[in-house]
Design a protein around this ligand. Structure first.
Ligand code: ADP
Ligand code: MG
Length: 303
């Protein structure tokens, strides 16, 4: 039996590991005028690793103490950076609570980091400028900022660990750009006749490195989740129809604002998979231009 073109296209996308939630979504995809991509977990593989632990001076903490504190606070974090810190601690042979455990007072602050109580102390892990340092000696904050600057100057992500409000260490986190990212970006540009842009919560220099490697020139970095949504809203007010591709809880508001929201990875955050119109199960960024092309073909067949 022959299927209507829209249904055939949805079924075809499904066979290629892309779940399109409805025929309306497919029509909207066909109208996409620009693609906006998240960085971590979208343009990058989203399996970052901790490559250095910079312990700040004048402290009793060993590198193991720091990793254990940070990893215990990150247990239960859905963020790739959190998972990287937990993996680093386990790889170092540290004795952590089991996988399913979560530290008391655990709170994830999307786009910022996490806070939890570990050994009766308040431990924060994340972006120093978005956490709440308190009671730290100015010299310690200054040293932390200097170390962060060094990490960022290499295009890496700097994650700060705070113990009762005072920075104790800066973790250097590195992620690999997906091998297919540059080609997928190029193909999206051809299909929409507009250069894709990068929206990220990460710092400008880490964002700039990924942008350079993937051929993106329009980069908006340092955005909180609402900032990503505002950037999408501004584009749409200018008549753009944005397909927003993301993988995290931090992308959910922007996804809801965008003409269409596309989630990378069914294994990603549940909220994101729910907020999305399209879920890419196949872990490949080429699925984005592929589904855009498919949507356009289906529309031509219908008209
Ligand atoms: P992206 O937009 O690249 O996916 P996010 O908006 O999720 O990034 O996060 C922005 C920044 O906040 C990260 O680069 C990281 O420094 C910090 N961050 C967010 N969540 C965490 C976490 N769970 N642990 C440590 N740092 C975090
Ligand atoms: Mg992400």
């Amino acid at each position: 039996a022959t299927m209507p073109p829209m249904l055939a296209a949805i079924s075809n996308a499904g066979r290629h590991g892309v779940l399109v939630k409805s025929a309306v979504v497919l029509e909207r995809l066909a109208d996409t005028s620009v693609v906006a991509l998240d960085k971590t977990g979208t343009l990058t593989e989203g399996r970052p690793s901790v490559t250095r632990v910079h312990t700040l001076s004048g402290l009793d903490h060993t590198e193991s103490d720091i990793l254990r504190l940070a990893a215990t606070a990150e247990l239960g974090s859905e963020h790739p950076v959190g998972a990287a810190i937990v993996a680093a601690a386990r790889d170092a042979g540290l004795d952590l609570p089991p996988e399913a455990a979560v530290a008391p007072g655990f709170t994830a602050m999307p786009g910022r980091g996490v806070v939890a109580t570990v050994d009766g102390r308040s431990v924060q892990v994340g972006d120093l400028d978005r956490l709440l340092p308190g009671g730290a000696q100015p010299a310690r904050l200054e040293e932390a900022r200097r170390v962060i600057d060094g990490v960022q100057s290499h295009g890496h992500t700097a994650v700060t660990v705070l113990d009762n409000g005072a920075p104790i260490a800066v973790l250097q986190v590195e992620d690999t750009v997906r091998a297919t990212a540059a080609a997928a970006v190029r193909r999206c540009a051809e299909l929409t006749a507009t250069a894709p842009l990068l929206l990220t919560g990460d710092q400008p220099r880490a964002a700039g490195r990924v942008a350079a490697e993937t051929g993106i020139s329009d980069v908006r970095a340092g955005l909180l989740p609402e900032g990503k949504a505002d950037a999408v809203a501004a584009l749409e007010e200018h008549g753009q129809r944005v397909a927003l591709v993301g993988d995290g809880i931090n992308d959910a508001p922007a996804m809801a604002t965008a003409h269409t929201g596309i989630a990378m990875g069914a294994a990603g955050a549940g909220v994101t998979v729910q907020a999305a119109d399209v879920v890419v199960v196949r872990d490949d960024l080429n699925a984005i231009p592929a589904v855009l092309a498919l949507a356009r073909r289906a529309r031509r067949l219908v008209i």
